[in-house]
Design a protein around this ligand. Structure first.
Ligand code: Q9C
Ligand code: ZN
Length: 347
């Protein structure tokens, strides 16, 4: 398995996020990825590669060009307001919800941050663009590596910030560029006619769903905490089948907080059955290990050993596959849990 790891992930290093009424240290930290790298090296799993330069044209076919421009320039705009801002992160604070105009682009910086985001938990920092773009490159390169026909059948984009909450023109949920969606689009453009995205992060992959909601060539399946009580709350319900050409190409499998491995596996099997019926040429697995029992912000009950079985089950699909790295905040255990999925997958 080829593992494209983001050498500059540490440049995205948020100070604080708004969480339950307080500014608290970010859950999504550089240490998360270092634990994964350590676990993979220790156990000799995979071959590590650095990504090539990001394909900005492909990124702009998935995300809107004006959002990509915003992300690329946000830090310089923030510093231009006041050089002292260099000591602070950009944190969204105002959003155009129902009743506001959506046909205008205010020049005010806070307004523009709100226009392109959906929560106050995702600080945009000095190195966010650089880290996110290199992460996108990992996802695109992983997709191209499994598309070549004679190369490996499996690759991983080992990167942060994560991606599955980011949509065409918004960031949130610690995500800025949607790595899983970029991998799916890269697989399509490299010749796969049908691609399935299986999202097993604890949280619904709202960004990925919304990006492909009206497309019939990419099936999106997500197993996640029921949005009635769990983030991202406003999408991810069972009655979201897709629309237009995408009707029937989205499947949400929400589960109650507290669900254990047995209950989670039942939902996973439903998702895998839908993927089997779709007959994809390639698979993207948006892998979050915040389903772990010790995760500080999530409420499923998977144990570390369960991830070996998850990996083995996914491998049985027998498809060319790209893993992306999504959530998982029990920092020290993230490494063991991701390594277990990959070890189970490799057999
Ligand atoms: N103020 C991923 O696992 N928590 N993202 C609420 C909002 C957001 C999780 C904070 C959780 C996002 C990739
Ligand atoms: Zn998550």
């Amino acid at each position: 398995m080829l593992i494209f790891h983001n050498p500059v992930h540490g440049k995205h290093d948020g100070r604080q996020e708004m969480f339950r009424g307080r500014l608290v240290p970010c859950h999504e930290t550089p240490a998360r990825l270092e634990y994964v790298l350590d676990a993979l090296r220790e156990r000799g799993i995979g071959t590590l590669r650095a990504p090539a330069a990001p394909d900005l044209d492909l990124i702009r076919r998935v995300h809107s060009p004006r959002y990509v421009d915003f992300l690329q320039r946000a830090w310089a705009d923030w510093i231009a307001l006041d050089p002292a801002n260099a000591e602070l992160d950009i944190l969204p604070s105002v959003w155009p919800v129902r009743g506001f105009r959506h046909d205008i682009s205010p020049s005010n910086f806070a307004a523009r941050v709100g226009l392109f985001s959906f929560d106050s938990g995702s600080p945009l920092t000095a190195g966010t663009w650089e880290a996110a773009a290199a992460g996108a490159a990992c996802a695109i390169d992983a997709a191209r590596a499994v598309s070549s026909g004679h190369g490996p059948r499996t690759a991983m984009a080992l990167t942060r910030p994560p991606g599955h909450h980011a949509g065409a023109d918004f960031f949130g949920g610690y995500c800025f560029l949607n790595n899983a969606a970029l991998a799916a689009q890269a697989l399509r453009e490299a010749g796969a006619e049908r691609v399935a995205v299986l999202d097993i992060d604890y949280h619904h992959g709202n960004g990925t769903q919304s990006l492909f909601y009206e497309r019939g060539d990419v099936l999106t399946v997500s197993v996640h905490g029921d949005p009635t009580t769990e983030y991202p709350f406003f999408l991810g319900y069972a009655d979201e089948p897709g629309q237009g050409a995408g009707l029937g190409a989205n499947l949400n499998l929400p589960l109650a907080a507290g669900t254990d491995f047995a209950g989670w596996t039942e939902a996973l099997e439903q998702g895998l059955a839908a993927i089997g019926r779709f007959k994809p040429d390639a698979l993207v697995i948006a892998l979050g290990v915040d389903t772990y029992e010790g995760d500080p912000i999530s409420k499923f009950k998977l144990r570390s050993a369960d991830y070996l079985r998850v990996g083995a089950r996914l491998a049985r699909l027998g498809l060319p596959a790209v893993f992306t790295m999504e959530g998982g905040y029990a920092v020290a255990e993230v490494g063991v849990n991701v390594a277990n999925v990959l070890e189970g997958y490799a057999g």
